[in-house]
Unconditional design. Sequence first.
Length: 286
Amino acid sequence: MTRSYPAPSGPLTVATVQATPTPGDVAGNAAAAADLVRQAAGQGARVVVLPELYLCAYHPPTLAADPAGTHVAADSAGVVADGRLDPLRAAARTAGSTVVVGAAVRHPDDRRTIAALVVDRAGVVRVGYDKQQLWGDERELFSPGGRGATLLVDDWRLGLGICYDGCFPEHGRAAALDGAHAYLCPSGYLTGSEHRRDLYYAARALDNTMFVVFANAVGGSDPWRFNGGAAIYDPQGRTLARGADEGTQTLVATLDPAALTATRAAHSMLADLLPGQGGPRMSLTG
């Protein structure tokens, strides 16, 4: 059953980033992320989303060769105190922006996860969400997360997903049923996946009548070459901003609560969802 929350009282300006991190260079990537956050904040962004595993780069050979150096450690409360992230902390504080950035995280029980870190406006870094749907060889390096998560910024409810999570309609729907107004997805889509990249997240927006903010890596070397196309979608799945398939870009759009309200009034799938949708079923012979 959908949890009912009012529409946000005002608009929220968000940024999505496509960029090329350096494999294994957490300190350098954090400094580059700080520059991107300042650039986005200069365009009015209050929330900035960077790609999956951005802080270490999505490069499995490097992650496997140096698991200690490529991860950041979280304490039992999910707080990350790694000094390599200090430039990013400072940028979030100065800009007054909330940052969602991908990282490899080691938890106190020694599990490693693909995480969305949240850097709040005070510069505190926490593990916001651990990727639940691991893709392919990720299962050899990481453990799946066990829960969904919703980030609260002002009175906006922002569901969190990471890349392959967004390929599952149920994941976005779970966020919407928890009252999400938008769905934030740091991702790493490889060259050749452009059709799926552009279809999945527009579909998640329309399926759930919510905004979607999709960040993606770009560039790199084969077979780990990424295809950009970062995008922001409105609640009908229409594109508010989209990046090219190549090159670093910071894309900014303002999420309008009136568009959210109007779309949900006209397209009431969340309100009309039947309990136990899809069953019981019968079989027919043709």
